[in-house]
Design a protein around this ligand. Structure first.
Ligand code: BMP
Length: 219
């Protein structure tokens, strides 16, 4: 596949038609798609449609789970058959929370992605000071991936050092201020980009115009 290391966040799209068209137009150009609660709650069955519209892509269910294991597993079950990965928060901890979710996803052959730092400025007060602890929880839960902010590249570098084998996914590019390519240079594997692409008149062309920022890096 010759896709850019970009995962398109679909949250700003309002209708089934908009989501499916964007995925069809960009299929093969982006590494994957992140389907979040705005689309999942607004458009019944949209996860499966994204999967169908671009079978080769990495499809991530951004549920931002933060609950006891039993409840997280019940929610994660709705992603069976279409999501390659599910996003959960680290702060509920391992025992009685990520332990059960991790086991369920492993049995289901799905990847666990754990949020260890967020891209909004306020997270630098709440999450950055406990980054080591949050990454430690993700590691213990055998997470495949970590979410760490493109808006604070030094946090990406810290997360990379703390968990070298993890795949790092970084949101905050474009609408939130980070420049395309910055997070990858700081150690991220993928940049999650939403509005910069989804609100563009020609999402495929906008995505292709970002290629120089990744210096020919494809996945
Ligand atoms: P945008 O590029 O339009 O700002 O979208 C970013 C996407 O990444 C949104 O779907 C948002 O919910 C998500 N996200 C984020 O912005 N910061 C985080 O720390 C974690 C996220 O999942």
């Amino acid at each position: 596949m010759v896709a850019l290391p970009v995962i398109i966040g679909l949250d700003a799209l309002q209708s089934r038609y908009q989501v499916v068209s964007l995925v069809q137009e960009t299929c093969g150009l982006a590494a994957g798609y992140k389907v979040g609660l705005p689309s999942l709650l607004r458009i019944p069955g949209i996860g499966r449609e994204v999967r169908k519209a671009c079978d080769e892509a990495l499809v991530i269910a951004d549920l931002k789970l933060a609950d006891i294991a039993d409840t997280m597993v019940r929610v994660a079950e709705i992603t069976s058959g279409w999501a390659d990965a599910v996003i959960a928060h680290a702060f509920p901890g391992y025992e009685g929370a990520l332990d059960g979710l991790s086991r369920f996803l492993e049995e289901n052959r799905q990847k666990l992605v754990v949020v260890v730092a967020m891209s909004n400025p306020g997270a630098s007060e709440t999450m950055d000071p406990i980054l080591e602890k949050l990454v430690g929880i993700a590691k213990r839960a055998r997470a495949w991936g970590l979410v760490a902010p493109a808006t604070r590249p030094h946090v990406i570098a810290r997360a990379r050092n703390l968990f070298t084998e993890a795949v790092i996914l970084s949101p905050g590019v474009g609408a939130q201020g980070a420049r395309p390519g910055e997070a990858v240079r700081a150690g991220a594997d993928y940049e999650i980009i939403g509005r910069l692409i989804t609100t563009s008149r020609d999402p495929a062309a906008t995505l292709q115009s970002l290629a120089p920022s990744y210096k020919g890096r494809h996945v």
